[in-house]
Design a protein around this ligand. Structure first.
Ligand code: PEP
Length: 255
């Protein structure tokens, strides 16, 4: 089976002022583990990304800078959007795509997710595809859980040759910004179902290479147990990633 180096990603969303971004990067300098053991990414607002790439180089941080969203066209008349080609040009490493908050508040669909994933892969960006599971459909006993539809529809047109670079973030909608996470059994079951559906869509070989993260109220208190699950290869962390000590502790739990 393919070795999947865990990937821990901070999802800062629409938080932090520029001085706080600098402080955070300085605070984690020299404290991150070997990138051969765990990969680390920080997703932030577009306005900070170019400077974060430069700062990460200067501070020698083994950190990938990630966008919160990306458009599907490399260039053109799409006022207000950020193109994947522009992100690649400033050495951003990837983008979160289809986060539940974007699906819910900005009407993102599996169709637009698919276009963005394809555009990201075409530009050498890592797409972190967030698979939400909304409360109304949540049923841990159901083998055909909701994530399957999002994977099947959202990733249907993706080129199999590049698919191994996709990262899936399993984020039950009801656990985002909440007080609770699902049980370890539910997370492991969901990740297994997701990997099975990736194998059907692409191939078992490709599915075994794709990293599946867990996201939704991950904290330093529960991260070690979640990261210990066989099919979980990392975390997408919201609130707990805003504070460097908590974030570093969760990064180290992935080793
Ligand atoms: C998220 O929304 O991606 C997330 C993981 O948020 P939180 O950890 O705050 O629940």
């Amino acid at each position: 089976m393919a070795e999947r180096i865990p990937l821990i990603v901070a999802n800062w969303k629409t938080n932090k002022k520029v001085a706080e971004v600098y402080d955070f990067l300085q605070e984690i300098q020299g404290k991150l583990p070997d990138a051969n053991k765990v990969k680390v990414g920080i997703a932030a607002q577009d306005i900070y990304l170019h400077e974060m790439v430069k700062q990460s180089k200067e501070l020698k941080l083994p950190v990938s800078v990630i966008a919160e969203n990306v458009h599907w066209a490399d260039e053109g008349s799409y006022t207000g959007e950020t193109s994947p080609a522009a992100l690649a040009d400033i050495e951003v490493s990837g983008s979160i795509i289809g986060h539940y908050e974007r699906r819910k508040m900005f009407k993102e669909t599996n169709g637009s997710v698919g276009l963005k994933v394809t555009a990201s892969l075409r530009n050498g960006l890592i797409p972190i595809v967030a698979i939400a599971e909304d409360t109304t459909r949540y049923n841990p006993d159901d083998e055909d859980m909701a994530p399957l539809t999002e994977i099947a529809v959202g990733l249907a047109g993706v080129d199999r040759q590049r698919a191994e670079n996709i990262v899936i973030a399993y984020e039950p909608a009801w656990a985002i910004g909440a007080a609770e996470t699902p049980s370890l059994e539910v997370i492991e079951h969901a990740a297994r179902v997701i990997r099975k559906s990736l194998a059907i869509l692409f191939s078992q070989e490709v599915a075994d290479k794709i990293r599946i993260q867990y996201g939704g109220s991950a904290t330093p208190e529960n991260s070690k147990d979640i990261l210990g699950l066989e099919d979980i290869d990392g975390l997408l962390i919201g609130r707990a990633s805003l504070e460097p000590t908590a974030f570093l502790s969760m990064v180290n739990d992935a080793i």
